[in-house]
Write a protein that binds this ligand. Structure first.
Ligand code: ZN
Ligand code: ZN
Length: 263
């Protein structure tokens, strides 16, 4: 019976690339195609009515070189080395056969990735990157020079920041997971979709739980709230520490769009 891991195993066999690099290039293509789609929307103004955060529309080429540097010189080696040293991308069973999990196994794995990601993202983001000394030391100001209004900016940050905000929250939970090739491949590709969307400035589904881009937009404009990763994240840590924008700014409580009237 066909399994979604088959094409991934086929890609690794025919290309000779390890699973980590196959996942990296899949994510790379998915991310840049997605960013180009959002760029096209910005240029044509087709969905301008949904655009809630603005300010970076002319910065695509300016941001691109740092994004590519981060992807090829930070994320790619981190993924490759974590597989080389046997701490992640383990997709074989005890008989060294490729795993083929069911959808019932994907659900707890996906839940763990979103909770684990939130944990490490929040701790690094709030207590290191937004600490009095860490904001400039780790150059988090580079990422905050954007207004969450262009999808590409989700990976526009200083390399030290990229290591803490992208690599650690993704790779550390992954190290504790035994998943098949399909899960590895789609986890990073779909993970980047949430980041792209919440940095795009668009807010297509503000009323659907977990799909409003308000939280990260508020983080970029106010700095002191909503430290979780927003769309695609469990956002449990913001709830535990009461740091969501709705807690910090009670007048915004219940507001999922900047178009909503403020109490
Ligand atoms: Zn951001
Ligand atoms: Zn921040």
């Amino acid at each position: 019976m066909w399994h979604p891991s088959e094409p991934i195993y086929y890609l690794t066999r025919t290309s000779g690339l390890p699973l980590s690099l196959t996942c990296f290039f899949g994510h790379f293509c998915f991310f840049h195609l997605g960013c180009l789609v959002f760029e096209l929307l910005d240029k044509k103004g087709w969905l301008a009515g949904y655009k809630e955060f603005k300010g970076d529309q002319q910065r695509y080429l300016e941001l691109l070189s740092q994004v590519l540097f981060n992807q090829f010189f930070i994320l790619l080696p981190a993924m490759f080395l974590s597989e080389t040293f046997g701490i992640a991308f383990d997709s074989l069973d005890r008989q060294n056969q490729p795993l083929r999990h069911s959808v019932w196994e994907y659900i707890p794995q996906a839940a763990w990735m979103t909770i684990g990601h939130d944990l490490f993202f929040y701790l690094g983001h709030r207590f290191l990157l937004h600490s009095a000394w860490g904001y400039h030391f780790f150059r988090h100001d580079v990422h905050h020079s954007t207004k969450a209004s262009i999808a590409l900016s989700s990976m526009y940050m200083a390399s030290s920041d990229y290591l803490l905000e992208i690599c650690v929250p993704y790779l550390v939970p992954l190290c504790l997971l035994k998943a098949d090739a399909a899960f590895h491949f789609f986890a990073i590709a779909l993970g980047s979709l949430g980041g792209m969307y919440e940095h795009s400035g668009y807010n297509f589904w503000p009323r659907l739980p977990g799909l409003s881009t308000m939280a990260h937009g508020m983080h970029h404009t106010r700095y002191n709230c909503s430290f979780s990763d927003g769309v695609g994240s469990s956002n449990i840590m913001d709830g535990l520490f009461r740091t969501s924008y709705e807690h910090v700014y009670p007048k915004w409580s219940g507001k999922k769009s900047i178009k909503d009237p403020v109490m």
